[in-house]
Ligand binder design. Sequence first.
Ligand code: ADP
Ligand code: MG
Length: 453
Amino acid sequence: MTNEAWGQVREELIKRVGKNNYTTWIEPLKLSDLKNGVARFEVPTIFFGDWVQRNYADHIRTQLASTGATVDRIEFAVGTAPVVARPVAAAARPAAKASRPRAADEELPGAPLDARFTFDSFVVGKPNELAHAAARRVAEGGPVTFNPLFLYGGVGLGKTHLMHAIAHELQARRPELRVLYLSAEQFMYRFVQALRDRQVMDFKELFRSVDVLMVDDVQFIAGKDSTQEEFFHTFNALVDANKQIVISADRAPGEIKDLEDRIKSRLQCGLVVDLHPTDYELRLGILQQKVDFYRSQYKGLVLAAGVLEFLAHRITTNVRVLEGALTRLFAFASLVGREITLDLAQDCLADILRSSDRKLSIEEIQRKVAEHYNIRLSDMIGPKRLRNIARPRQVAMYLSKQLTPRSLPEIGRRFGGRDHTTIMHGVRKIEELMTIDSQLADDLQLLRRLLQG
Ligand code: ADP
Ligand code: MG
């Protein structure tokens, strides 16, 4: 079973990680054992095992699991000594240079590219059209016109997708170019390894020998001084040699704290483009594209009109969440054999819909509670201690604690500068009363519903 499963998995892994990565990192692995949810592999060196653990363990696990095996964990051993994968500091030095993987010189093991992240599957809309156009330009592999290309934007807006798309496109159009994609975290990790193994020269050589360098999530190296230093030198060397660099981050260069000024200014020298938060049209476009895929996966499922529009309207946080919602919806509908209607979507995605709801403010809570109890809004924050005013005020305090992420002192400030102990007392009072006062319990339930829509 073991070897048979591994054979199938290896086939599949070529597709996932690409031929080069496969030959360098997967082919040399020997599956020695698979039982009790643990898959054990023999590796040539500790460094090797560590690298595979960090970069390919998830792929391997997923693929093994898809053959029906139970795999909770993957372990690597050199001979009989297990590899300690994390943290970096725990990894020992590889035994001898000769036994290191064929990494440094002839191959360029970057992070695996996601085969789905192509230009074809990237939906272009107003919020990302500039970033998309710039990425396309770089992917042509023509003369370098701006360096670096700096892409930034919030989580899940497509930075990684665009970078992988550039790499795929370059591999297809200009196979002779050496393209290296990796995250800033991996850059640091490899640098630390090189220091530890006294192979900094190899490291420098490798990074200076690429034609296109792509570093994802560069904000990660902020505050990591020696990594920044090395990154700066690598960056300069490549720019001087007129090699293309593509960088992504979660914010603009100038806004990355603890990043050296000289690096910030070099990052700003090229083209800095941001991916804006998605708009309704873009979200709908992405959903429509995904649906075409799901239709082919789940044949015969009926999607009622208006469902996609509803999702695009309600789930505004990020594309990853949007995709997750759709995946769940289709899986659920096919499982229960029902048509995908608005009702089904609301049921099945209740948690996602709730958490992407617009944030409730303390002021809105105060207003609704004041309305409900027929008191003036100013009395919410005023000093009156009469029961018919103090009680609704406590209800508003309680709901503010329950329905917003605000702390007690913050809530106190919004209630006319009251002390946090006063708020705590109010919250406790309501908690106590609602168990014995059914009218109050009903009020709370109604208010909650009104406030949460
Ligand atoms: P980031 O790196 O900015 O956090 P990702 O590139 O990982 O975001 O994107 C998150 C998910 O959303 C991925 O599955 C990606 O394919 C998808 N995605 C983001 N933007 C788009 C888009 N414009 N078209 C299609 N898919 C997108
Ligand atoms: Mg990313």
